[in-house]
Design a protein around this ligand. Structure first.
Ligand code: AMP
Ligand code: MG
Length: 408
């Protein structure tokens, strides 16, 4: 076995994983399926929005030049223009029009005075303007949101709710995006049984369903291929069934135990291993390789280790396949509530529950940190990064926290 000095640093392992993938081919999808994905092409505006100058307030459309006299200024009131109507009259000197929010500005007018700054005469045919305004006051200019022909959103833009709203405002109901990664998931281990067929003396396969949920959350399309026995043949058989996917996730069988056949089976299949074993806890026995257009990630078997390595290495790779430029795990500053000790050498990712107190995020380590028990990951909100060379962290120390994509 290699000793710990030969382990790959976390950042390098992630950089090497990311170097093996790129955005997938483009497909057109309707807006309902586009949220969280990215634009595969520049999108140009097909129409100018708003299509005309319009009022930002309920009030009176005026000629601002009429309001240079001492206040109040009395103007004769012409037509009333509601949103959705077309103005019929021109606003001439000494007159104005009643106008509602969103209604087109009538010809002749260049400003809107809000109703609260006016007083209608009892007869209702004239209004006293109580405050002078300059040209453009409360006018939303034509083309403020979009001008026909301009690039509205460039390629690579992540599609959140306002972005999709903007595109729908253009009459675009479909958008070009990188297609979703197809991800094959397989578990390995003689001790495992499927959750819907639990067997005496066996352990339920928790990794395949957990990873498949994590893949869905990350925007991928998981397919669970099943459980391979701890034999070269059975691991190879399932790996063969996984060919053609964009990503293959295996769990367990990655160490140097006598029944750990995954790396051997991957090599036999022609997968070029890029690295194996990372200076991290939990999650050390991670292996990554590629064959053709398929990325292979051999994740550790311990349920929490497989989720931590998913978060730190697999999710970034899926995000890159989906066209995101920002793929690094998100981080926020916080402070440690408690004390942590370890030997230097590995980056530790400690499961914590972080709460906001007096302007800062305070991270409390969960009592169990074993990677075998999923319970140690339940109720964690963040992973606290306990750096490689550090051996002690004390209460109040500044720490880096990674928000988890697992939590509810
Ligand atoms: P291994 O890497 O094969 O030595 O497995 C490490 C530990 O994780 C062992 O205790 C396994 O029983 C456990 N394990 C492996 N795969 C799974 C799985 N799919 N679900 C739950 N536990 C697993
Ligand atoms: Mg095993």
């Amino acid at each position: 076995m290699k000793d710990d000095t030969e382990l790959l640093a976390v950042e390098e392992a992630r950089a090497r994983t990311l170097a093996l993938v790129q955005p997938l081919s483009t497909e057109w999808v309707r807006w309902e399926d586009a949220l969280g994905r990215t634009l595969a092409e520049d999108v140009r505006a097909q129409r100018t929005l708003p299509p005309w100058d319009n009022s930002a307030m309920d009030g009176f459309a005026v000629r601002s030049a009429d309001l240079s006299a001492p206040m109040p200024v009395r103007l004769r009131v012409g037509e009333t223009i509601y949103a959705g109507q077309t103005p019929r009259e021109q606003v001439r000197p000494g007159t104005c029009a009643r106008i509602m929010t969103g209604a087109p500005l009538p010809a002749g007018a260049d400003a809107v005075v809000m109703r609260e700054r006016t007083r209608l005469t009892p007869e209702g045919d004239a209004v006293d303007i109580l405050e002078g305004v300059g040209p453009g006051n409360f006018v939303r200019p034509r083309g403020e949101d979009a001008r026909e022909g301009e690039v509205l959103l460039p390629r690579g833009t992540p599609l959140g709710i306002p972005e999709l709203g903007l595109l729908l405002g253009q009459g675009r109901t479909s958008v070009p995006v990188p297609r979703r990664p197809r991800v094959a998931i397989l578990s390995t281990g003689d001790e495992l049984c499927p959750a819907d067929a639990p067997a005496e003396g066996r352990i339920v396969d928790a990794n395949a369903p957990a990873l498949s949920l994590a893949v869905m959350r990350a925007g991928g399309l998981p397919s669970v291929l099943g459980i391979a026995r701890d034999t070269r043949e059975d691991v190879s058989r399932l790996l063969a069934a996984a060919e053609g996917h964009d990503l293959v996730l295996t769990s367990a069988g990655m160490s140097v135990g006598e029944h750990d056949f995954v790396r051997e089976a991957l090599a036999q299949l022609g997968v070029a291993q890029d690295f194996w074993r990372v200076a991290i806890k939990p999650g050390k026995p991670l292996a990554v390789g590629r064959k053709g257009g398929t990325l292979y990630c051999g994740l550790p078997g311990n349920p929490t280790s497989s989720l931590v390595t998913f978060e730190l290495f697999v999710r970034p790779a899926l995000r890159r396949m989906l066209g995101h430029a920002d793929v690094e795990p998100p981080r926020v500053p916080g402070r440690l509530a408690g004390e942590l000790k370890k030997a230097p050498g590995l980056d530790h990712y400690i499961r914590v529950t972080a709460t906001w107190q007096e302007g800062e995020l305070w991270a409390r380590p969960l009592a169990t940190q074993t990677s075998g028990a999923l319970r140690s990951a339940a109720s964690a909100t963040h992973l606290l990064h306990f750096p490689r060379h550090s051996s002690r962290l004390a209460t109040g120390d500044k720490v880096e926290l990674l928000p988890l994509s697992w939590s509810a």
